[in-house]
Design a protein around this ligand. Structure first.
Ligand code: PLP
Length: 387
């Protein structure tokens, strides 16, 4: 890979990260050792949640969250179409039915739209902290309390964000994180669920490892001897390794610095692109008044009617300059699998589709240099200026 290549996101790995991982490689435990617990303890402290259960991907976290609430066939779960497919795939893994509700102006699941989709089969809501911006948690919580629904937060983008001065990670019933290299911190592959519920934490831990418990207080049958363990539910191997957790521990130490860097870069973009917003050529991403984004993405929305270039042309020109952009997201309901299985078509979720059509994600990650930021701003400004 060419060193001057810029992508939309990228991990930051430093010498101390490498050192922590090597320590585990030299230790007796590569998996199911003490570092997983260290990572979980640190994560629950940072998120101000009572419990954290680390797993081997964000997708596994979402799947376990759905299993933990006993999601079953014919149950319905309301979620956002403006997300990565994993957000609603986890509902399908449980043979339950994803019901999409449209987003609002900021790309977040709209509480008003959620209300319209509730019926007696609705069991849960999975909200998405799009781009790192925390969801409308207070409104969603009110709705969920009133209709007896469980609130799951897909916080794959939002580790390090805050809402009403509280860190993301304790505000919903189950909060799911991802530690894929493009996210706030990385463990290579990895994920976690945080919760304040002791009962849910117990279920999550069991299902993470085949549905097996080794805790003698939880046995159904009589403990035969020291070798004894029980499989009580059908679980999976969704365990994270100590190698990955060591990277996670080291990365969590830097979370604040990472988010600060991301916010600074986003502010530089906002400052320099403001003039195009004034001319209604773009819509800039913003923090909501009561929340602080983790700035996972810089989702720039372009009014393509007002400029000379198409989205494809912009992507091609950026690629020629060694800059890889991305679109977040192709709405889930328009993926062939969802469209075919559920009969969705263009126009079904207008706000999500318009958002997606207008959106390009500019490069945003902590190690982006001043020079690289300037290069991106110069290029996008030139393209937005021509009409
Ligand atoms: C990354 C991501 C996931 C899945 O996480 P993995 O760790 O890649 O499995 C789920 N939802 C959203 C919104 C994501 O961005």
């Amino acid at each position: 890979m060419k060193s001057d290549k810029i992508s939309y996101s990228k991990q930051t790995i430093e010498n101390d990260d490498i050192k922590r991982v090597i320590e585990v490689l030299k230790s007796p435990y590569l998996t199911q050792g003490p570092t997983v617990k260290e990572f979980e303890d640190k994560l629950s402290k940072i998120t101000e949640s009572k419990y954290a259960v680390a797993v081997n991907s964000g997708t596994a976290a979402l799947h376990l969250a759905c299993l933990a609430i006993n999601l079953k066939e014919h149950d319905q779960v309301i979620t956002s179409p403006l997300s990565f497919a994993a957000t609603s795939n986890c509902i399908l893994y449980c043979n339950a039915v994803p019901v999409f509700a449209d987003v609002d102006e900021s790309g977040l699941l709209s509480p008003k739209e959620v209300l319209k989709k509730i019926n007696n089969k609705t069991k849960a809501v999975i909200t998405v902290d799009y781009g790192g911006l925390p969801s409308h948690i207070n409104d969603l919580k009110k709705i969920c309390r009133k209709y007896n629904l469980i609130l799951i937060e897909d916080a794959a983008h939002s580790l390090g964000a805050s809402y009403c001065n509280k860190p993301v990670g304790s505000l919903a019933d189950l909060i799911c994180f991802s530690f894929h290299p493009v996210k706030s911190i990385t463990t290579g592959e990895g994920g976690a669920i945080t919760t304040n519920s002791y009962r849910l934490k117990k279920i999550l831990k069991k299902l993470r490892s085949h549905g097996i418990t080794k805790d003698k207080n939880d046995f159904i049958n009589i403990r035969q001897g020291p070798w004894y363990y029980e499989m009580q539910d059908l679980g999976y191997n969704y365990r994270i390794s100590d190698i990955q957790s060591a990277l996670g521990v080291s990365q969590l130490n830097k979370l604040n610095n990472f988010i600060t860097k991301r916010r600074e870069i986003a502010q530089i973009y906002n400052l320099n692109l403001k003039k195009f917003e004034n001319k209604e050529i773009v819509i800039l991403p913003k923090d909501n008044h009561n929340s602080k984004s983790s700035w996972h993405l810089y989702p720039l929305r372009i009014n393509f009617n007002k400029i000379k270039y198409s989205k494809k042309q912009i992507f091609d020109i950026f690629l020629k300059n060694n800059i890889q952009l991305q679109v977040h997201y192709l709405p889930i309901h328009l993926h062939p699998y969802y469209a075919k299985r559920f009969g969705y078509k263009i126009g079904d979720f207008n706000k999500s589709e318009t958002f997606s059509n207008m959106e390009i994600s500019l490069p945003l990650y902590p190690t982006l240099t001043k020079h690289q930021i300037k290069k991106v701003i110069k290029l996008i400004s030139r393209l937005l200026d021509e009409n």
